[in-house]
Ligand binder design. Structure first.
Ligand code: 5CA
Length: 450
């Protein structure tokens, strides 16, 4: 992509409304714009990041056996009356009336809708297990939307739902999602810690939140340092092997970890030696629930079991804050100059900077490199604008692409370009004809996936 053809409205000044670094950087880097409180447009750079996050989510959901579908944002109130949640949800639910006076709502989550689909279309235990997910916008009329997309009112969520014939099978489904979440966040370059959690309006009595550490996180967290030594990116898993999956869950739930809602200081002190106790703040990027028949019972979601008797289906639900993740990753990965994208979620692999746009030799070298890099399958943002070098550097640092290839008349005299790593700041002179191989190597290094 040529920057001259791209839409990247960067801001020089820090926007006053932004209280935390990710919100500030997302506005400054031209990723998002606010439309009304807690509702945002995603501009092309931000949209590319969202897409990368969704790609990673989809890949691991598929590996764990979940099927993608798409349910609407608008739901009939009647569905929620059947589960009993229509009144319970209170003011957080955005209620709408259409021209025929039908009561509708903008979905804050989809347990009811998916349970109704399964109740209608699945008759036999032979058709289970099923695990279905979608990635769809949600609306929750939060009292205090803040921190940009971190706590929005409209936000993008991956929500998945499992359906099984027995509690044991349902727990195995829960475990598969637990492990899928560990691997998903690790693939984004994040260290997410699973913590026992309250179930809130979703319900049930088994639930884990996945939190990443950040000073600006909304939850206080207490955990055993042992988590920091675990490497979920290296986890190998056979999702068909329930016992092996359960063993991973057991390993990740043994050390103490809790958010402030359920933190037990006495247990923390008893179970974790002082030098291993960590107290900090975290951002909730995922939340999984097992709630058995909480929805299937009132909604008559049953199947015929092997003995011909009706069995009420056992369910769980599994959420990932897709739009929140874009901000959470920035909270975890930035410096004074701007964003530092982990390669797997970066909007482009690299930025190609032409230091002397209009100079025939520099333009020609850049054009050749641009084409060769793209032909090699790399995603390149080519800064072909006529701005000053300082402005180009600052902009490229701000938007945080993992690599920069810098081409100017001085280096060209020796047939060289400069390659810079955004995270470390390390630079290296590389012969023009070696740049593609160097970048291919750098950008396709295994991002830590098993
Ligand atoms: N139905 C369940 C699981 S599918 C559910 O809705 N869970 S949730 O309420 O915990 O939300 C799932 C994830 O969405 C959260 O872990 C969080 O990462 C994200 N999320 C929740 N509320 C917001 C919000 N207001 N803004 C941005 N992301 C949010």
């Amino acid at each position: 992509m040529r920057l001259s053809r791209f839409f990247l409205p960067v801001l020089r000044e820090d926007p006053r409304e932004a209280e935390i670094v990710s919100h500030r950087l997302m506005l400054r880097a031209g990723m998002i714009r606010q439309e009304t409180a807690g509702v945002f447009s995603w501009l092309p750079l931000g949209h590319r990041v969202l897409t990368k996050i969704m790609d990673i989510v989809r890949e691991e959901q598929a590996a764990a056996g979940a099927l993608e579908m798409l349910m609407p944002t608008i739901q009939p109130a009647e569905l929620w009356r059947r589960s009993g949640r229509y009144d319970d949800y209170g003011k957080e639910m955005l209620r709408i009336t259409d021209r025929r006076d039908n009561e509708l709502l903008y979905g804050p989550t989809n347990e009811e809708m998916i349970t109704a689909i399964i109740a209608n279309d699945v008759q036999s235990y032979r058709d289970l297990p099923l695990n279905l997910f979608h990635i769809q916008w949600k609306f929750r009329d939060e009292i205090r939307p803040r921190f940009g997309v971190m706590r929005g009112r409209e936000f993008l969520m991956k929500d998945g739902y499992s359906f099984d014939v027995s509690e044991e099978a349902g727990r195995a489904a829960y475990n598969r999602m637990f492990v899928a979440y560990l691997r998903t966040f690790a693939a984004m370059g994040l260290k997410a810690i699973p913590m026992r959690a309250e179930t809130g309006p979703i319900g049930g009595n088994l639930s884990h939140e996945f939190l990443i550490l950040a000073d600006t996180g909304e939850s206080a967290v207490y955990f055993d340092r042992a988590f920091l030594d675990k490497d979920a990116a290296a986890l190998q898993v056979d999702y068909d092997d329930d016992e092996a999956v359960a063993a991973i869950v057991a390993d990740y739930t043994a050390p103490y970890a809790a958010t402030d809602d359920i933190h037990d200081p006495a247990r923390f002190e008893k179970e974790v030696p002082q030098e291993r106790r960590v107290e900090g703040r975290g951002i909730e990027v995922g939340h999984i629930f097992f709630f058995g028949d909480k929805y299937s019972k009132p909604m008559n979601c049953t199947v015929l079991g092997p003995d011909g008797r009706e069995v009420t289906v056992q369910s769980g639900s599994y959420g990932i804050g897709v739009s929140r993740l874009a901000a959470a990753i920035i909270e975890a990965s930035h410096d004074d100059a701007g964003i530092v994208w982990p390669q797997p979620v970066a909007p482009f692999d690299l930025g190609l900077i032409n230091l002397r746009q209009g100079d025939a030799a520099t333009d020609a070298a850049c054009e050749t490199l641009y084409e060769a890099l793209r032909n090699a399958g790399l995603e390149v943002l080519y800064d072909d604008r006529a701005d000053r070098a300082g402005e180009k550097f600052a902009r490229m640092e701000l938007i945080g692409l993992p690599w920069q290839v810098i081409v100017g008349p001085r280096g060209l005299k020796d047939g060289k370009a400069e390659v810079k790593n955004r995270a470390s700041g390390a630079t290296q002179e590389v012969s023009l004809n070696a740049v593609v191989a160097r970048m291919l190597d750098a950008c396709t290094e295994p991002p830590g996936r098993g």
